[in-house]
Design a protein around this ligand. Structure first.
Ligand code: 5GP
Length: 138
């Protein structure tokens, strides 16, 4: 399957649509998920195009996983989490909805389930959570 340069994360990378960014380096970007399934739910993507895990290069995967690890530590610090769930979906039948490689980072607490998918988050609350994550990265 071909990469669609008009997918929503490509538009975020080109700053054609807004996103609440928390971290970036030369190769990767991390921003808040707009429908958070846990407080602090964020996404990590490569800055270069690839559809998902199946067509990513080893260099893209290496960069994205390194940033995913960095942000996992940051969300655990920011939210006092005891663990973190990483999710990554491939192709429609694999649960993928946006076709630019991304890893979900979800801070977890004992006894707290993930919220159901598909519910828009509160913009101000997401902004507050992003600020906590940025502070935890410093
Ligand atoms: P997946 O492809 O991994 O199944 O899900 C895509 C994820 O992207 C979902 O968690 C959804 O909430 C998130 N998402 C979809 N559209 C946008 C958007 O425009 N901005 C942001 N920040 N997240 C989005």
């Amino acid at each position: 399957m071909a990469y669609d340069p008009d997918n929503i994360f490509a538009k975020i990378l080109r700053e054609e649509i807004p996103a609440t960014r928390v971290y970036e380096d030369d190769q990767t970007l991390a921003f808040m998920d707009i429908m958070p399934r846990a407080d602090g739910h964020l996404l990590v993507i490569p800055k270069t195009p690839c559809r998902n895990l199946l067509d990513a290069t080893p260099e893209q995967l290496s960069a994205v996983i390194a940033t995913t690890q960095k942000l996992s530590h940051a969300v655990m610090r920011a939210f006092g989490a005891e663990g973190v769930t990483i999710q990554q979906f491939n192709e429609e039948v694999g649960g993928q909805e946006v076709f630019h490689l991304h890893f979900h980072v979800l801070p977890r607490h004992e006894g707290v389930s993930l919220r159901p998918p598909g519910n828009m988050g509160d913009f101000d609350l997401i902004a507050q959570h992003a600020e906590k994550i940025r502070a935890a990265l410093e």
